[in-house]
Structures are given as C-alpha cells and as structure tokens.
Design a protein around this ligand. Structure first.
Ligand code: ATP
Ligand code: MG
Length: 253
C-alpha cells in the first residue's frame, strides 16, 4: 500500500498550432493508504493527464507528486496502470502477459509462476492461461490486464476508464469483481470514469474535476458499506448532486 501526495500541480501543453493548453492548474490532493478515489469530469478536463503524471509517464509543468514520500519522476513498476484498452501483447498468451512485469524485474521463474497463477485465479481466468488475447472477450481482456498489474503487487493502482469499452452488464460485474479484489488487497486506487453511477458504486471519495484549466472543484465522501445498492436513495442523492456539479443531464451517466 502507498499514499499519494500532490502539491500545486500544473500542466501546460503546447498545442500543434503553437498555442498553450492549460490542462491542469493548482491540483492539491492527498490519497491515503488503501483509499479508493474516483475522478469524474467532462472530456478534456485533464483526468488522463493527471494519471499519466502520477504514473511518471509525463512531467508536470509545476508542482510535484510524491508516492510514499518519494518524488515521482519516471514510471515505477510498483505503480500499476490499467488503461481503457487492455494493451495486452497479442502474441503472448494470457499467462505470459500477466508474467511480463515480473520477467522484466528478473523475478525467478518459480516465483513468477506462483504469482501468475494466484492472480489469474483471482480474476477468474485460470482456465484461459494459455489462450491468446484475441480469444478473450472484452471483459476477460480487462481482467487479464488487471491481473498483469496485480502480479507486480503495486502499492498504487491507477485506472483510466478501465471499463469504458464494456457493455453495461459486464461493466457492473467488473465493478463488483474489482471491489472484491480491492477488499482483499486494499491497494490505493485512483480510478477515472465518465460514469457517475460507476463512481458512486466504487469510491470512498469522488473528486469532481472541472475543465480549462482542469482543477478539483469539489469532493464527496461516501461511507456506505460495499457492495452498495445501485438504486438506494443515498446513492441516487449522491449521483444527482455530482451530476449537478458536472452540469450534466441526470439521465446521461
Ligand atoms: N500531448 C498533448 N499535447 C497537447 N495537448 C494535450 C496533450 N494531451 C492532452 N492535451 C490536452 O489537455 C487537455 C486534457 O486532456 P486529457 O486527455 O487529460 O483529458 P481527459 O479528462 O482525460 O479527457 P477524456 O475524458 O476525453 O479522456 C485537453 O484539452 C487536451 O487537448
Ligand atoms: Mg482521458
């Protein structure tokens, strides 16, 4: 487990027409050990940019990110990232995809095998270890991508709309599975989603990001136990308040 601390973070891009894009400004954020935080906000408000900076894939223009008090400067295998698309290597079997991070870290074959089996079982893919990614459904591919990240036993997991490409039913199922995994391992999770419905099912805390420049407008703390009842009056109220913040139609989650 690990904590994330962000101080006064800003990011300005230079667009191809030469102009400047203020993607993020003045972001201050503290995510505690084992906390599950969701970021919601309109397209272009800077969610992916923030995740990429925390992952060390991008440098901030100002400010800093600390993970367990260490300054983030480059990608670290102990900070796992799950993207919207699975990013599995098509020529590697599911098992060898999950094993990849351990291979890169030169973990001994026996330990690799054990960890890979554990995490494939955890995501319900033990029967598909020798399949190639193209033989899996969208949900199964995302499970494999999650197993690959978990196999590294990261302290922090960053997820950028990991279920965005899935149908509603699979998506709900994946949310339940993710919560089950999280409840066993309690990694710190920062989860980006467009769906307020998804955020209220998952999060301890929801941050609403507003665009141009992207900054944290407000936050909501949710203390209801999980699994949560999607249609409970409490969740409906949270959804309505957050949607009002986002200035979005209540029906378009
Ligand atoms: N490499 C880049 N070069 C220039 N501008 C960029 C770059 N990456 C992102 N931006 C700009 O930064 C802003 C934030 O983009 P970002 O991808 O972080 O948004 P987002 O909240 O993840 O959106 P979405 O919900 O659509 O994924 C946008 O205005 C985008 O055009
Ligand atoms: Mg994005």
């Amino acid at each position: 487990m690990a904590e994330i601390l962000i101080h006064n973070l800003s990011k300005t891009y230079r667009a191809s027409n030469g102009g400047l894009v203020n993607a993020l400004e003045g972001i201050d954020l503290e995510v505690k050990d084992g906390e599950f935080v969701c970021l919601v906000g309109k397209s272009g408000c800077g969610k992916t940019t923030l995740l990429r900076i925390i992952a060390g894939l991008e440098q901030p223009s100002a400010g800093e990110v600390l993970i367990d008090k260490k300054l983030v400067g480059s990608p670290d295998p102990l900070v796992g990232v799950v993207f919207q698309e699975d990013r599995l290597f098509p020529w590697r079997t599911v098992r060898r995809n999950v094993e990849l991070g351990l291979e890169l870290r030169k973990i001994a074959r026996n330990s690799r095998k054990k960890a890979t089996e554990t995490y494939l079982r955890l995501v319900g893919l033990e029967g598909f270890a020798d399949a190639l990614p193209h033989e899996l459904s969208g949900g199964m591919k995302q499970r494999a991508a999650i197993a690959r990240v978990l196999a590294n036993e990261p302290g922090v997991i960053l997820m950028d709309e990991p279920f965005g490409a899935l149908d509603a039913q699979t998506r709900n199922q994946m949310q339940e599975e993710l919560l089950e995994i999280w409840s066993k391992h309690f990694r710190t999770v920062l989860f980006v989603t467009h769906s307020v419905d998804e955020a209220v099912m998952l999060a301890d805390r929801i941050l609403v990001i507003t665009p141009h420049p992207g900054h944290i407008q407000c936050e909501y703390r949710l203390t209801m136990p999980r699994p949560r009842e999607r249609l409970s009056p409490e969740l409906i109220e949270f959804r309505q308040n957050i949607l009002a913040d986002l200035n979005t139609d209540v029906h378009s989650t």
